[in-house]
Ligand binder design. Structure first.
Ligand code: PHE
Length: 455
């Protein structure tokens, strides 16, 4: 990663920020959350929340980084000191959350690695080795395999960060992303021509508000923050690398726009296949893995296509993981000066590995652990993303609001060459002062009510 303020091109920022935002959250998590929340109405809610709440908060986090040139723990401590109040713990919580999410993200990245290798095998060993339903079932029942794959992923991420080659790697990965875009476009086109498409379009884009539950608002917000990498300190770090002349609101809004568009592409790509297969539970975290591999093998040249697709998906997951680990390590080193970087990276990897045991063994050893009607991995996902993440995001926001003067906010937002920045400023100010906190509070409250009163 670049040293502070050392990017020579604006492109550098976009590579990192979009690379961190676009990942498994869009392709793996979004489809099943949409399934869980009943389709069209939830998508509408998500898109609205992403642009109206997510983007302004993303802009605020970038500003914290750009104005302080520090990572999230030190930056939030400084802001709280200036204001005399604020949540100086919010930075620490963001980093703890990052390492927990890093471990759980590693398990899902391990699933991607599994299918990538399966496609590689089926390419050489022929159709009898074809990826079929049994692959997912055997992966799910084999917790140790999941843990092994997660540790391979963690090892790769740690080695990249220890060797300090992530900047080169990120550029290399991003130059492969156009290939990924082409593969996704082909798949989108193919799956769109399936007979189930009209039914899917109705499900995805005809908003039936009766399908929303009391928890849907919280689920939409949690997912927005997760997919935009808001509330983890990642965007604070990236903001601290921005150049003085970069306009934060433009950058933040563009990142949010690209990320939201990718999520929409993902559902339109995956649901026609899921509907075609008819017996796939749309609410299952394994939805994408249940649906795509089988479909890919049913098309001509599917093994090669599948290999390329899962390899690109893996690189996107690796890119996002590097961002998560970077944040943990840089904050650790910033907060404890005597900690050496390499050691902090290995320790973080080991902590993540220990934490990964729970989600990895969720469908085997811990199969009987069910909270409500959810498995361990689903409960963990919900706790982290729907509950803790919005709280931490709110903590960072309040710290920013209290520790930054009106003048500073205005100066960071308004660019005299951009007329729209004058017109957008009052809206942004309204969202960060009122809209954001109220909606997050409401989302959490409705989730509590849902938890307490629905069976
Ligand atoms: N935004 C990433 C995704 O959608 C996940 C992530 C969160 C990455 C936080 C880095 C930091 O997959």
């Amino acid at each position: 990663m670049a040293k502070r303020g050392s990017w020579r091109t604006r492109f550098g920022f976009y590579i990192l920020a979009i690379g961190s935002a676009c990942g498994l959250g869009n392709l793996w998590r979004f489809p099943y959350v949409v399934g869980e929340n009943g389709g069209g109405a939830f998508i509408l809610l998500y898109v609205f929340m992403s642009l109206a709440i997510g983007a302004p908060l993303l802009i605020a986090e970038l500003m914290i980084g750009k104005n302080s040139r520090k990572s999230v723990i030190v930056a939030t401590q400084q802001l709280s000191q200036r204001a005399g109040t604020g949540f100086k713990w919010s930075g620490r919580f963001a980093v703890i959350l990052s390492i927990v999410v890093f471990s759980y993200y590693a398990v899902i990245s391990g699933w991607v690695l599994h299918f990538m290798t399966q496609f590689l095998v089926s390419l050489f060993a022929g159709p009898e080795m074809a990826v079929d339903k049994t692959n997912l079932a055997s992966l799910m029942s084999n917790g140790w395999l999941q843990l092994l794959l997660a540790s391979v992923h963690l090892l790769i991420t740690v080695v990249v960060v220890v060797k300090g080659v992530q900047e080169g790697l990120e550029r290399w990965i991003s130059s492969l992303m156009p290939l990924f875009a082409v593969l996704v476009a082909i798949l989108l086109f193919r799956s769109f021509s399936l007979p189930s498409t009209p039914e899917v379009l109705r499900f995805l884009f005809y908003p039936d508000f009766s399908k929303l539950t009391l928890s849907s608002l919280g689920h939409a917000l949690g997912h927005v923050f997760f997919t935009l990498s808001v509330g983890f300190g990642t965007m604070v770090t990236f903001g601290s690398y921005m150049r003085e002349s970069d306009h934060v609101p433009t950058a933040g809004f563009r990142v949010a726009l690209v990320d939201t568009a990718l999520s929409l592409v993902a559902v339109v790509m995956i649901f026609p296949v899921a509907f075609q297969a008819s017996n796939v539970p749309l609410t299952d975290p394994a939805l994408m893995f249940e649906v795509l591999p089988r479909y890919l093998l049913s098309i001509r040249g599917g093994a090669l296509f599948g290999l390329a697709f899962f390899a690109c998906l893996y690189l996107a997951a690796l890119n996002a993981s590097i961002g998560l680990l970077e944040v943990v390590v840089s904050n650790w080193v910033d907060a404890r000066k005597q900690m050496e970087r390499g050691r902090a990276t290995w320790y973080s990897g080991l902590i993540a590995l220990a934490l990964a045991i729970f989600p990895a063994l969720s469908s085997s050893l811990f199969k009987t652990v069910r909270i409500g009607n959810r498995s361990l991995i689903e409960s963990l996902d919900s706790l982290l993303i729907n509950w803790i993440l919005p709280v931490v995001t709110l903590g960072i926001l309040v710290t920013f609001l209290r520790g930054t003067s009106e003048k500073e906010k205005e100066a960071s937002f308004i660019d005299k060459d951009k007329f729209v920045s004058y017109t957008m400023y009052p809206h942004w100010k309204f969202i960060i002062w009122w809209g954001g906190p109220i909606v997050i509070g409401l989302g959490l409250l409705l989730q509590v009510i849902d938890l307490l009163f629905s069976k």
